[in-house]
Design a protein around this ligand. Sequence first.
Ligand code: MN
Length: 296
Amino acid sequence: MSLSIRPLHPLFAAEVTGVDCRHPLDPDTVAAIERAMDEYAVLVFPGQQITDAEQIAFTRHFGELEHYNTPGHIRKREEQRLGPGIADFSNLDKTGALMSTEDRVWFFKLADRLWHSDSSFRPVPAKYSLLSGRVIPSWGGNTEFADMRAAYDALDERTKAEIADLVCEHSLIYSREAIGFSQLTTEEIEAFRPVRQPLVRTHPVTGRKSLFLASHAGGIVGWPVPEARMFLRDLTEHATQREFVYSHQWRPFDLVMWDNRTTMHRARRFDPREIRDARRTTLAGDGPLIAPAGAA
Ligand code: MN
């Protein structure tokens, strides 16, 4: 089988066929997929009936798994359904039963429906994320992606100059607060302390600039908060206009891989009385984009 790529949108996103993600890839195939990621930023691999271990092994062809000591989620390891290395994006609890929509874990997950880039709230934000759709609800539940390169390119020159050196503060606190979920413990507030990220980033391979936005961004360094939030909201509205968005309608066993450095994404509504089982592996970025606050 040879790898075949079919664009899904005028600007970005493509479907890849002719590759079996269950088995080790040869270096040429890995290189071809990486080139396609640099060009399309979102790749859909249909019909990949993979196990968690196979998903982890496939992911590791493209870098190191994201690994961290601080929690990114309010659910403790002993309450989790899946093993290490793979994150649970289902609406199931550890016993496999449907989660209550009054559960604070559900409230926390709801904020994934705001536009974001994975792990922008960590000092080292994520490179690729890979989401495997195992059980798909009968209605809704699309994942939408926005091309932050095209969004950057479409800005006027005055705005590009204004944002060139701006630094934002990202935290899970801000994205959860945006939907009215602010009942965080002292421990969570400490774990979710804001980190700094540049508002404009440059792709290490293509050299293309992109807007590094997320609903996790709650401030701009040196700006009054209302001024910063209003500007970030304006930029997000600009960047998520329909012309920059690909909406993925899931089929069982789609494996979707995206580059968090050049895209934002959001989950869409579905009926919470139906099962949605999606599992994510995440690749670490190369390093912090700017020196941590307080560093020389
Ligand atoms: Mn996400």
